[in-house]
Design a protein around this ligand. Sequence first.
Ligand SMILES: Cc1cc2nc3c(=O)[nH]c(=O)nc-3n(C[C@H](O)[C@H](O)[C@H](O)COP(=O)(O)OP(=O)(O)OC[C@H]3O[C@@H](n4cnc5c(N)ncnc54)[C@H](O)[C@@H]3O)c2cc1C
Ligand SMILES: NC(=O)c1ccc[n+]([C@@H]2O[C@H](COP(=O)([O-])OP(=O)(O)OC[C@H]3O[C@@H](n4cnc5c(N)ncnc54)[C@H](OP(=O)(O)O)[C@@H]3O)[C@@H](O)[C@H]2O)c1
Length: 249
Amino acid sequence: MNDSVWLPATVRALECCAPHLFRLYIEAPALTFEAGQFTKLALDIQGERIARAYSFVNAPNAPLLEFYFSVVPQGPLSPRLAQLRAGDPIWVGAQPNGFLVLSEVPPASTLWLLATGTGIGPFISILEAGALWQRYAKVVLVHAVRKAAELSYTPRVHALQQTHGSALRYVPMVSREAQTDTLTGRIPARLIDGSLEHAAGVVMTATDSQVMLCGNPAMVREVVDTLASRGMKKHRRRTPGQITVENYW
Ligand SMILES: Cc1cc2nc3c(=O)[nH]c(=O)nc-3n(C[C@H](O)[C@H](O)[C@H](O)COP(=O)(O)OP(=O)(O)OC[C@H]3O[C@@H](n4cnc5c(N)ncnc54)[C@H](O)[C@@H]3O)c2cc1C
Ligand SMILES: NC(=O)c1ccc[n+]([C@@H]2O[C@H](COP(=O)([O-])OP(=O)(O)OC[C@H]3O[C@@H](n4cnc5c(N)ncnc54)[C@H](OP(=O)(O)O)[C@@H]3O)[C@@H](O)[C@H]2O)c1
């Protein structure tokens, strides 16, 4: 990305989803991007432009840009983003980027979207953009968080299920409290013991599945290792596989 090109933009709203989780809506000059990509957001702090990458949550044709972020308490940018108000200025990188996009993922019977924390953002963009339904008969969205209050996108997923019915399976997972209506624990362990596929009602195999992973890099690493035992590997243009990833740090 050419970091020197910044678009002046305006905050339209900041919604608090949980004490450390926010949805940011921004009005910006038109940007061309593919669902699943990210751009950079920046603020001028004490004379320095501090920039970080954030995935678009909105579908490309939505009127406002939407971002979903977590406050990292000691971080240089995220605590400042959480203090923004409607009308505040913000910089948006002019050149969206990233390969967590459907155009990089081969067709299959089932598309698995596995996210931890704020990593669900690009999957909401992909789901709301809608093009995936021409390529995948079933889509399974797994959102793994520490506490149930962090399942901020459940209403949006339920709205999509109203349209797509059982073609869209949603598996919310919570790791740090007991819940009756979610899976407990982490994604790799629930893949190994089969309970994730049981909850989705779909089996994941190398021949009929593509998997997209986003969020915590340790989760991404462990899932890639776990799926290797099923004969699944990272997809590359020259050496096709079944797994496409994006690490948030
Ligand atoms: C391609 C890409 C897309 C990204 N998209 C998003 C997004 O949509 N939403 C988002 O919240 N963040 C996203 N991030 C992370 C984001 O760029 C920042 O790193 C994050 O907001 C923290 O910024 P900071 O300046 O406060 O702290 P940093 O100095 O950037 O981060 C400090 C530490 O915080 C932890 N951390 C960073 N991001 C997260 C996170 N999202 N969840 C949990 N722990 C984290 C890591 O341990 C990191 O080393 C993305 C990163 C990349 C590389
Ligand atoms: N979530 C909170 O309550 C909270 C509160 C205040 C501030 N924050 C800030 O927000 C930041 C992000 O927290 P987050 O909860 O969004 O992200 P996170 O730490 O990545 O946790 C999200 C989910 O990923 C799981 N996970 C962690 N490592 C994994 C691995 N190796 N394999 C598979 N799954 C794994 C977690 O399980 P485990 O629970 O088992 O780790 C959790 O279910 C923190 O660094 C903190 O600064 C968070």
